[in-house]
Design a protein around this ligand. Sequence first.
Ligand SMILES: NC(=O)c1ccc[n+]([C@@H]2O[C@H](COP(=O)([O-])OP(=O)(O)OC[C@H]3O[C@@H](n4cnc5c(N)ncnc54)[C@H](OP(=O)(O)O)[C@@H]3O)[C@@H](O)[C@H]2O)c1
Length: 329
Amino acid sequence: MKAARCEVYGGPENIVIRDIPDPVVKPGHVVVDVAAAAINFPDLLFIADKYQMSIPVPFTPGNEFSGRIAEVGEGVSGFAVGDAVYGSVPQGAMAEKALVAVEALTLVPDGLSMVEAAAFRVTYLTGYLSLVTAGNVRPGQWVVVLGAAGGVGTATVDIATRLGARVIAAASSDDRLAVAKELGAEAGVNYATENLKDRIKEITGGGADLVIDPVGDRWAEPALRAITWGGTFVTLGYAGGEIPRIPLNLVLLKNVTVRGLELRTWIARLPEATAAAKAGLAELIAGGLRPRVSETHPLDDVAVALQRVADRVPTGKVVITVTEGARNA
Ligand SMILES: NC(=O)c1ccc[n+]([C@@H]2O[C@H](COP(=O)([O-])OP(=O)(O)OC[C@H]3O[C@@H](n4cnc5c(N)ncnc54)[C@H](OP(=O)(O)O)[C@@H]3O)[C@@H](O)[C@H]2O)c1
């Protein structure tokens, strides 16, 4: 099969396309003919060997995919050959076939295309769990979403709006803020040109109830300083580069709750919360929610697609179309 390969750690330009052996099905797993695979920011960290855990080279990048089941392993129930599914793998989604553990599979719901389904699992589960389980969001509350035009950001803005929260989007340009406003954000702060803390306080009139932060770096602290007494700050990642060091007195003085959320371990350790999130997301899909796919690229252009994510160009998710026609399937 054809697969994207990371053979040497480094930037997107190092990713090559190779012919490698097809995966062999094993108990508790299925082999999926991949239709589409979505990019997440951590893909850039994995190929550069900068993620918290190292993947030995050579490997096929990619955590999330959609496709059709080609083979079913021993002991698998609830899925059959031909089913349209989406899901996640530790690595290996950017290939024509993927070996997937049955727990990581979901049937594609009515109304989602293969491209949308590929873009759904990681960012939308992260957004939902951070808002509902970690953030305990309530209708009418002010929610600040940093990196609001990115993959996690657009998902979180969309979900928060649909749950009745009042969303302040924060991003690095007015064009990117416009995207978040299309998804329902009531206000925007351009953190490249405006004072993030002052603007959040001004807009809310007393501080935000909840901050969702996938960016970190120099934006985490001003956002935390703009939280109201008793509010919550959820840290998701550090796309900005630096892991911020926050003075603890800021947490004490306003009785702020700081929560961390790491999707893989939450799914493994909090099955009930994960099931509730999936059910909540299914309701939102039935109500019209669709992943925001900003652009698609063929498998041969994985390096180009990864570079665009590194350059902060996309607004929403970038999807690799592996089979012809995945875009409309
Ligand atoms: N905790 C979890 O389980 C979990 C799950 C998924 C993702 N994440 C994390 O969430 C973050 C976002 O992931 P994503 O897939 O949504 O990525 P993405 O689509 O690339 O979005 C990242 C956003 O961060 C902003 N940003 C600020 N400084 C940046 C920089 N130096 N380089 C790149 N982007 C920068 C960009 O927006 P502006 O240009 O507007 O600033 C961009 O929209 C990552 O840190 C990722 O590791 C965590």
